[in-house]
Design a protein around this ligand. Structure first.
Ligand code: FAD
Ligand code: SIN
Length: 535
């Protein structure tokens, strides 16, 4: 076994991979009982959490709302695949966690009335009640700031930024920690802990068009799968209906996320128009613009096809311009910088990959099938969102289940870290790249384009088989140990893309976000179940 320089081995009680809402929520709880280390790929705060706009759902309005109503809406959006036990935990413990967040100093918009506990509660698609707490249209930034400030103030958590996890270290089906690459020094390091929580977020970057940040390459899911963890619901990718279709000068920058136009804008009354200027959602669903996301995304896709256009329009006509500027200051400003005055101009929008319902299989305490390994947040799959996540339930998921994973991990503490060193089999002190940057970009583009075109909003056996063949041909050319961040990400994207495609092929029905042109109906008799994916 290769010797490690002592300075390259870090030990703690709990290791958390990821510094978004799930990772920070876990860290706050775990730091009450042990030494916590957080690893983040980018700088701390560079997360999907930070870009969340619409808000966080919680039934805090005792007058008009209840946990049961929130549960009903979540189950309905989930299209028959939600785990009711997990949803009940989400909607009940969620209220407690949100109240704690407010006590920590999160500034959500207030209302003049006392109905929503004094908060201005918004409405979003498929919610029957106003229950979305928000901080203007930059809710994620406010939550990330609040949790981050608390962690910094307590000074109990060690944060290692710009450190990318490469592989989990597993011995006898027990997770001992992770091998990681320090992106500043270029050194490979080992982090050992009594328990590890993966909170690495989503997979949106496997698609050509996505709202997700550049780091959302599915690393945690890929690492866990390679280590022997079970993954499930991999076919369920949520496409947000309204991402801004950027003007020509932005078009080439494919890795950049598409800017989101929050669902809350439709919640305030914005209407969707096709290229002929016609409102169309009433043809597709009784809830029109506020139907569940999968329905609105498919409707837009269909209208784009019929009118041979790359987008439809979102019109805010009828909403008072002052209300728009006050309620959506960030969207207003960003669109203005890109040449659109949303108080006057229609916004060109199209669907983009947004959220992943699948991931590492866990129970409601974040436990995976590997001892000492937990997962929480977007990378985890516990059936809480079923086949289609209800808007603004994801931040709540990270907050609730990050906290629960940390509580569950507490019982791992008796294990000693001293025996861990014998579990380390390999060591690569410095990293070597194998591909040139342009080759990496080319492979990424192949994967992203095929996922978008063939494993996207509308799928079929034929399109999925085409994607499968293309992904395999890329995979064959990556037969080496990745040596750089870009190579690590590329290999993870390929594995995740392969798992999504395989699961989408296996589910021969349509349900929630998974739509098969060749099997357009929901088949409860055979398919009202979760799919564990193996390739
Ligand atoms: P993230 O917040 O994505 O954090 C992932 C962390 O993992 C990062 O720190 C990253 O650096 C780290 N990481 C990843 N890979 C590695 C690696 N290999 N090694 C080390 N670290 C790694 N949801 C809502 O409920 N309400 C909303 O209003 C809302 N709006 C959204 C708007 C946008 C534009 C987007 C993209 C998403 C939105 N969502 C919203 C979804 C929600 O923001 C995410 O699902 C949620 O924030 C995910 O949190 P997380 O903690 O699981 O992961
Ligand atoms: C949005 O603001 O539309 C995003 C909300 C979400 O993803 O839950």
């Amino acid at each position: 076994m290769q010797e490690y320089n002592k300075s390259m081995i870090k030990t703690g009680d709990l290791l958390i991979i990821g510094g978004g809402i799930a990772g920070l929520s876990a860290a706050l709880e775990a730091s009450k009982y042990g030494q916590v280390i957080i690893l983040t790929k980018g700088k701390i705060g560079e997360t999907a959490t930070k870009s969340a706009q619409g808000g966080i759902a919680a039934a805090i309005d005792k007058l008009h709302d209840s946990a049961d109503f929130h549960l009903e809406d979540t189950l309905a959006a989930g299209a028959g695949l939600c785990d009711e036990k997990a949803v009940r935990i989400l909607v009940t413990e969620g209220v407690e966690r949100v109240k704690e967040l407010i006590e920590m100093g999160a500034q959500f918009d207030r209302a003049e009335t006392e109905a929503g506990g004094g908060f201005a509660l918004a409405l979003e698609g498929a919610h029957k009640q106003r229950r979305i707490l928000h901080a203007g249209d930059a809710t994620g930034e406010e939550i990330q700031r609040t949790l981050g400030a608390k962690i910094v103030a307590e000074n109990k958590v060690k944060i290692c930024q710009q450190t990318i996890g490469i592989e989990l270290i597993i011995k006898d089906n027990h997770c001992l920690g992770i091998k990681a690459l320090d992106l500043v020094s270029g050194q490979t390091k080992v982090f050992l802990a009594k328990a590890t929580i993966i909170a690495t977020g989503g997979v949106g970057q496997t698609y050509l068009y996505t709202t997700n940040p550049e780091d959302a390459t599915g690393d945690g899911i890929a690492m866990a799968y390679r280590a022997g963890a079970e993954v499930s619901d991999m076919e369920f990718v949520q496409f947000h209906p309204t991402s801004l279709v950027q003007s020509a000068e932005f078009k080439d920058i494919i890795a950049l996320p598409r800017f989101l136009i929050s669902e809350a804008v439709r919640g305030e009354g914005a209407k969707l128009l096709n290229n002929k200027g016609e409102r169309f959602m009433d043809k597709y669903d009784i809830q029109k613009e506020l139907a569940p996301r999968d329905i609105v995304s498919r409707a837009i896709f269909e209208e784009m096809k019929q009118t041979n256009s790359e987008h439809v329009f979102l019109s805010l006509a009828g909403i008072n311009p002052e209300v728009i500027k006050k309620r959506f200051p960030m969207i207003y400003k960003t669109c203005l910088e890109r040449g659109l005055d949303i108080t006057k101009d229609n916004i060109p929008v199209a669907p983009a990959a947004h959220y992943f319902m699948g991931g590492i299989t866990t129970d409601v305490d974040g436990k995976t099938n590997i001892n000492g390994l937990y997962a929480a947040g977007e990378c985890a799959s516990l059936g809480v969102h079923g086949a289609n996540r209800l808007a603004s339930n994801s931040l709540l998921d990270g907050l609730v289940f990050g906290h629960r994973a940390a509580l569950a991990a507490k019982i791992q503490l008796p294990t000693s870290t001293s025996s861990f060193l014998t579990g380390i089999q390999t060591h690569h002190p410095t990293s070597t790249s194998h591909l040139k940057p342009n080759e990496i970009q080319r492979f990424k583009l192949i994967i992203k384009s095929h996922m978008w075109k063939n494993v996207g909003i509308i799928r079929s056996k034929e399109s999925l088989e085409q994607a499968k063949a293309m992904i395999s041909s890329v995979e064959k050319q990556l037969n080496f140990e990745p040596g750089s961040k870009e190579e690590i990400e590329l290999k993870n994207m390929v594995l995740v893309a392969k798992l999504i495609t395989q699961a989408a092929l296996e589910r021969t029905e349509s349900r929630g976000a998974h739509f098969r042109q060749d099997f357009p109906r929901t088949n409860n008799q055979n398919w009202q179940k979760h799919l564990t994916c193996k390739i």
